[in-house]
Design a protein around this ligand. Structure first.
Ligand SMILES: NC(=O)C1=CN([C@@H]2O[C@H](COP(=O)(O)OP(=O)(O)OC[C@H]3O[C@@H](n4cnc5c(N)ncnc54)[C@H](OP(=O)(O)O)[C@@H]3O)[C@@H](O)[C@H]2O)C=CC1
Ligand SMILES: O=C(O)[C@@H]1CCC=N1
Length: 264
């Protein structure tokens, strides 16, 4: 696959790292205006960095847009005359509707929206996908890319904002939980490095148990909570202090915010 990432910033570079580590491209072009930040990527075979978006379009079949919402319109205007029927446009841009893209590049272009997260750098992104009508003919290409770099599901476009909160912002929410449990571990006497290792691996174990068993979290919790034991004591104290409520309220606040800054 000949892939270009237009906007090699935080997310764009995470995608690039995932593609490079998984050897999941034929050629990879990375663009941004300030090349200094990405020059080192040219050391990888078949990776090119450039400021020239039009060159990236001519050189590639799959165009992944990872720029800020305010930057996308100008870029689509800039490249639209170079687009052909071979191009598949994949936008990770938060809140930028398919219909807005179609009004700039035309309904006949294959347009897919993807909402990955930064764990794509290590091949563990949960990515939500949706597409325009003609894009259904190419959605398997997007699935192939994002399943190689984690997991993907296809959702209706009107759920993309919610997916952004749960999956993209979600990485930050889970990081904070790992940090908080690490701080708890330090208070119990572990040094910071060991405490973080215990916290990260336990988090990975919890998610893996559910993924591999298909079980409900409460069923797994029941196995750990010895009657009158320390687990239920800790869990109940966390809930008295609003653990679940706080997480749900945070997700709601995040969703409220995303709907003020974007439109679908
Ligand atoms: N960060 C995340 O975890 C996630 C982000 N998103 C979405 O992805 C998009 C990118 O986010 P993020 O990576 O955080 O943002 P960044 O600001 O880190 O990256 C955007 C990049 O685009 C480059 N850029 C700007 N204008 C142009 C241009 N004309 N041509 C080529 N490159 C350009 C910028 O570099 P320069 O200034 O050098 O040109 C910058 O590196 C956003 O829409 C965001 O909402 C979605 C899911 C997760
Ligand atoms: O925080 C944000 O608004 C963007 C969208 C998802 C991740 N970063």
């Amino acid at each position: 696959m000949k892939i270009a990432i237009i906007g090699a910033g935080n997310l764009g570079l995470s995608i690039a790292k995932g593609l490079i580590v998984n050897n999941a491209f034929t050629t990879l072009v990375l663009t941004r205006r300030n090349l200094e930040e990405i020059q080192e990527y040219e050391e990888y075979a078949k990776v090119k960095v450039t400021t020239d978006n039009m060159e990236a379009v001519q050189y590639s079949d799959i165009l992944i847009f990872a720029v800020q919402p305010t930057q996308l319109e100008r870029i689509l205007e800039e490249i639209k005359d170079d687009l052909t029927e071979k191009h598949v446009l994949i936008s990770t841009v938060t809140g930028y509707k398919i219909s807005s893209m179609e009004s700039l590049v035309g309904k006949e272009q294959f347009i897919i929206r993807a909402m990955p997260n930064t764990a794509i750098a290590v091949g563990k992104s949960m990515t939500c996908l949706c597409c325009n009508e003609i894009g259904e003919k190419r959605i398997t290409i997007a699935e192939a890319i994002f399943n190689r770099l984690g997991s993907s599901i296809i959702i209706p476009e009107n759920k993309m904002q919610a997916a952004t909160v749960i999956c993209a912002s979600g990485i930050a929410f889970w990081m904070r939980l790992i940090r908080a449990t690490t701080q708890g571990g330090v208070q119990l006497g572990f040094d910071a490095e060991d405490a973080q290792e215990l916290s990260m691996q336990t988090c990975l174990g919890a998610a893996s148990l559910l993924i591999e068993s298909g079980k409900h979290p409460e069923e797994e919790i029941d196995k750990v909570t010895t009657p009158r034991g320390c687990t239920i004591e800790g869990l109940n104290e966390m809930e008295h202090n609003g653990l679940s409520s706080s997480l749900i309220k945070g997700i709601q606040a995040s969703f409220k915010k995303i709907n003020t800054i974007t439109t679908n």
